[in-house]
Design a protein. Structure first.
Length: 174
């Protein structure tokens, strides 16, 4: 099981149009190595125009079967992504990768099956934030507050956001 993530403080940056441009660059690179039919989506706070976020682009890859993706791991690694299989102890339905640029974390890549709850929920939450400026503002306010409270405790910060995210998803589900 992964250890708690501590280190650099959680910092929420103002929205930056380079996040979307960076995602599009990565989408094009990934499309060359992923299995046919894979969907590559920009998720997380960096995918919501105007929303402050940790400056790390979250990429969600949906594939028909994880076995199809697993054959692509060496090609994904060749693009500079580090495969982190130890996180599969907590989320066995997800394959996780991370990528640094100029010494800093730049992307997180989450690969799951297209018909998974993980895939649906991440898109639903993103779309809810994109569609409702008040909801996005409330989320950003919460994130800035939590970043100040949790400092270097990234797991604590992430866990504290869960109540908000789950409430939004419950409302969407009806």
């Amino acid at each position: 099981m992964p250890t708690s993530r501590t280190g650099q403080p959680v910092v929420i940056a103002d929205s930056d149009p380079r996040w979307s441009a960076g995602f599009e660059t990565q989408r094009a690179r990934l499309a060359e190595v992923l299995p046919a039919g894979a969907r590559v989506e920009h998720v997380g706070s960096t995918s919501v125009p105007g929303l402050g976020a940790k400056p790390i682009v979250d990429i969600l890859v949906g594939v028909e079967r994880l076995a199809d993706l697993e054959r692509c791991i060496p090609a994904i690694e060749a693009l500079g992504y580090e495969y982190v299989p130890e996180y599969e102890a907590d989320l066995p339905q997800r394959r996780y990768f991370r990528r640094d640029e100029t010494g800093a974390r730049a992307q997180h890549l989450h690969a799951v099956e297209l018909d998974s709850e993980f895939f649906r929920d991440h898109l639903a939450f993103r779309d809810a934030l994109r569609a409702d400026a008040n909801l996005a503002r409330a989320y950003e306010t919460l994130k800035r507050d939590l970043a100040g409270r949790f400092g270097r405790d990234r797991d604590g910060y992430t866990d504290a956001k869960t109540v908000f995210v789950e409430a939004v998803l419950e409302k969407i589900r009806g």
